[in-house]
Every structure is written in C-alpha cells, then in structure tokens.
Design a protein around this ligand. Structure first.
Ligand code: NDP
Length: 478
C-alpha cells in the first residue's frame, strides 16, 4: 500500500501516523495510506510559510502568474485521471468528478490572470500638492481548512487567490479526502514555487486545524465546513484578531410557482436536491411549491427520482453515488426518522441499497406535506433528502424561502418576469437562481452567503481580493 506524505518547506515528510483513504462505493478498496500530522509538524509548516512570505510577497508577479498557470494547465490536462480519483475517494459520479477537477484547473488559470491585473487607485489629496495612492498588499500566512464534499474545487478556490495575491499557504484538507489534496500538492510542488510558499498538512481537524487557528503566525483563516466547526474556529480566531472567512451550511429553498414550466421545475429540483448525493452546501433541500402546480410537480418529481440510478460512483450511467461515510449515512437516516415522526410523508426512498460492492448506498428520499418549522426543514441534512412544502401563493412562498437561519443559495422556477424580478430583489441569500439549480456556480464570480451561512468577505472571482489582501493608503508630498 502506497503511503502519501505531507509537503512542508519544499520537502515530502512522513508523519507520526497514517490513515487509510477508503472508497465509499467499495469499502474493500483502499486508495492509500495518508499522513496524519501532529501539532509539531503543523507548527513546522507554519514556520516555513512565515519564512517564505517576505520574498514571495515582494517577488516577480510574472513568476507567480507562470506558476499558477502551470498548476491550472496540469490539472486540466489530467482532468480524467484526477476526476476518477475524486469520484473514487468522495463518491460523486465520474462526470461530476471530472467537472469538479475542470473547475479547479479553470480557477488556477483565472487567478494566474488576476496576478497581473491587480490595480490600485491614485487620488488627489485635499492638501495641495499631495498625492494619494490606495493599493492592496498580501496579508501573510493563510491557513486553509476545507471540507470533504468538494475535495479539489474548494482547495483550489482558496489556494489560487491566496498565492496569486502574494500570500503563503498552509493547507489542511478534510480527513476523508486526502487523495485529491495530495494530488493537488504534488502538482503545486512541481510548479516552481520557492520552498515554504505552499505547504500541505494532512491530519485531524482537532490537531492540525486547531494549531493553525490558534497560531500567532497565521494571519488569516479561510474555512469551509459545518456551522458548528465554523463557530468554534471563529471564537478562537477572532480572540487573537486573525482575519477570518467562513463558508458554512445551507438550507436552500427552491420555489416552484404555478406558472413554472413543469419539465424545467423537475429538472432544476432533481439536479439541485439530489445530484452529488445531496452533499452540497448549495443543495435545494426545501422545495416550496404553490398549490396550483403542487400535485403535478410532486408526481413528475417522484417519477424522475425513482428513475435515478444509484450505484458505484465510477460505474457508467450512475446518477447518484454513495454517501461519503458511515457517520454521514447515520445522520441522513436519523433525519429520515425525524421527518417521519414530525408528520411529513415519506413518499419515496430513504432505504439502504445493496450494490455489487459493500458501500454507503442510500435511495434518494422525498418528503411531502412538510412544514417550514419541522427540523427537516430547518437543519442541514447534507444527504439525498428533499422536502416539499406547500405555499398558497408567491408571497407566502417568498416568506417561507426567507424564513431560515441560513442564506447561501436560493432559487425560483417561474415564467413570470414580475415574480423573477421581485424574487431576485427580495430573496435573503448570497446567490439567487432563476430557472437554474441552486447548486452549480461559475468560477469567475463571487460565491458566498448571508446570515448563518457565511462570515467575512466573498470567495472567488475578483471579489476574492477582499479577503486575501489588505488595503494600504499612501500619501506623498513633493
Ligand atoms: P467539518 O466542519 O466537520 O470539517 C471541515 C474542516 O474543518 C475539515 O477539514 C475538518 O477536519 C476541520 N476541522 C474539524 N474540527 C476542527 C477544529 N476544531 N479546528 C479546525 N479545523 C477543524 O465539515 P465537513 O467536512 O463535515 O463538511 C460538511 C459541511 O461543510 C456541511 O455542513 C456543509 O454545509 C459545509 N460546506 C459548506 C460549503 C460552503 O461553501 N458554504 C461548501 C461545502 C461544504 P477533519 O476532516 O480532520 O475533521
């Protein structure tokens, strides 16, 4: 069995222990043994990143751009192989895996361009003869902590801007998915960055993550993951006044109005609620449907969901792969029980499925007659489970959509320009989708939410500069 080491200060280093990376479609398939760092090794990576920072921050922007372009190009050239690895370790289907890898490559290429597009402002002063320049500078060592559900795209959309704007990086991936993280680090290691500019530290969140969050040399933490972990990180990082960016959960609504095109509504709901096994922070887990279309929508949706093929993520024709691991499966099953006890009707799915290999297979589940105050409508399940909530008209649907402590992505299916425009204006979420799924976003525009979903500046696109740089105002007299 191959062992994969951590990458610190330009060297591959073994750790005190390793952990197996298991395929959720076939539990007998172990992808490799991956390093588990202790706190000392994490501190070594932070020290290396701090040492590398001054030269990298002041270095050639052309070299920076070249390195990011090289990383993006290699990811794109190897998208099929890396997509296969992603699907094997995380369980999303092969087309989804290749799609995610493609996105990661595009993100590096986008930020390669951003390196040379950085600009500032020059203004006149209120004092005659004095000139003012407003510029952006890198902030230092960035601690990057990522979840398991997008094992290459989320690391890419944090690492690429961090490096592009002149910061150095300590990257801790989620424990379930070290394979893509290691493959990405291997590509970055060959892209010509000076030692210490990028470091990979695989290991437990409670050990490596905590060390990064608490360390005075880590200037900023960019985290994506659950609300509870995010809150814990915030308390510690803010106490030492580190810069902080948190992307957390969602309970995303999809409103379907009477005037919707039925086929569009069903496709948007199936894609948003069930693809990637529902394990997306942007998944549409609340389907809010007005009375006139409710029964037709539920019948057509149920037919479509029944026809979805749940199987090995790597098998041809699979629509829905397995759940990522036993603890996530337990969480999904427990919410199915909660929904039944709360009085929602489980019209479809929710049972464990047997396939050729032993894996975490779950039939996509659909509740109807749910109300917005049930736990299944308020708490993030993070699995292939959606609930239909009935609304009497558009106004009630909008109120229900906004009645949540989250605010990541929200959607509507309608043919009415009036309702589409009103919804875009009044939806309380970071991202609004009209006739497209709540999940699935472009790489060159801002990503992020409101309320309990996000904290700090947006990620991705040019807006990433807000988090990964700090503003300086310089005054010059002749
Ligand atoms: P977790 O919060 O459990 O873990 C996220 C990351 O934090 C992992 O790398 C984890 O390490 C690490 N971590 C755990 N404990 C600590 C700690 N005490 N200090 C520092 N780091 C720590 O989330 P999941 O990986 O389970 O991801 C699923 C969640 O992520 C869902 O709730 C989902 O909504 C959210 N998510 C949000 C997105 C968004 O952009 N809004 C996108 C994708 C997911 P380890 O793996 O070792 O435990």
């Amino acid at each position: 069995m191959q062992t994969y080491d951590n990458y610190i200060s330009g060297e591959w280093l073994a750790s005190v222990s390793t952990t197996p990376n298991r395929n959720p479609s076939n539990l007998a398939d172990v992808i490799g043994e991956y390093a588990q760092a202790d706190a000392e090794q994490a501190k070594g990576a932070i020290a290396a990143a701090a040492k590398a920072f001054p030269a990298w921050a002041m270095g050639s922007i052309q070299e920076r751009a070249n390195s990011l372009d090289k990383i993006g190009s290699e990811i794109l050239a190897r998208k099929d192989e890396l997509g296969r690895l992603l699907s094997r370790e995380e369980g999303k289907t092969l087309p989804e895996g290749v799609g995610e890898v493609t996105r990661a490559g595009q993100i590096f290429r986008f930020f390669a361009g951003e390196v040379v597009r950085m600009s500032g402002e020059k203004l006149a002063s209120i004092r005659p003869g004095v000139e003012i320049e407003v510029t952006r500078e890198p902030i230092g060592v960035i601690g990057i902590i990522t979840p398991w559900n997008f094992p290459i795209a989320i690391p890419a959309w944090k690492i690429a801007p961090a490096l592009a704007y002149g910061n150095t990086v300590v990257f801790k991936p989620a424990d379930f998915v070290p394979g893509c993280a290691w493959a990405l680090a291997d590509i970055i290691a060959r892209a010509g960055l000076p030692p210490g500019v990028f470091n990979l530290v695989m290991g437990r969140g409670s050990v490596v993550g905590e060390t990064m969050v608490n360390h005075p040399s880590v200037a900023a933490i960019s985290f994506t993951g659950s609300v509870s972990t995010g809150r814990g990180i915030a308390a510690k990082a803010i106490a030492r006044m580190a810069k902080l960016q948190l992307e957390m959960g969602g309970k995303n609504p999809l409103v379907v109005l009477d005037d919707a095109d039925l086929a569009t509504a069903v496709n948007v709901a199936v894609q948003g609620a069930y693809y990637s096994t529902g394990q997306r922070c942007t998944a549409s887990s609340r389907l809010i449907v007005t009375t006139g279309i409710h029964d037709r929508f539920v019948a057509a949706l149920a037919d479509k969901v029944k026809a979805l093929k749940v199987d090995d993520a790597l098998a041809q024709g699979t629509d829905i792969g397995p759940v990522v691991d036993q603890s996530q499966l337990d969480q999904d099953l427990s919410y199915l029980d909660i929904g039944r006890k709360e009085g929602a009707t489980l019209v479809l799915g929710g049972e464990r499925l047997k396939r050729q290999h032993d894996g975490y297979y779950l039939a996509p589940a659909l509740f109807t007659e749910a109300s917005n105050d049930m736990r299944i409508s308020r708490e993030e399940i993070f699995g292939p489970v959606a609930s239909v909530i009935r609304a009497k008209d558009y106004d009630e649907a909008l109120a229900l959509a906004n009645d949540t402590e989250f605010g990541l992505s929200t959607g509507i299916v309608t043919t009415s320009l009036k309702y589409a425009s009103h919804f875009k204006r009044h939806a309380q979420a970071g991202m609004v989708m009209v006739n497209v799924p709540t999940a699935g976003v472009d790489y060159h525009v801002p990503f992020g939410g409101r309320k309990g979903s996000s904290y700090g500046p947006r990620e991705q696109g040019r807006y990433a500069a807000e988090f990964f740089t700090i503003v300086k105002t310089a005054y010059t007299a002749p």
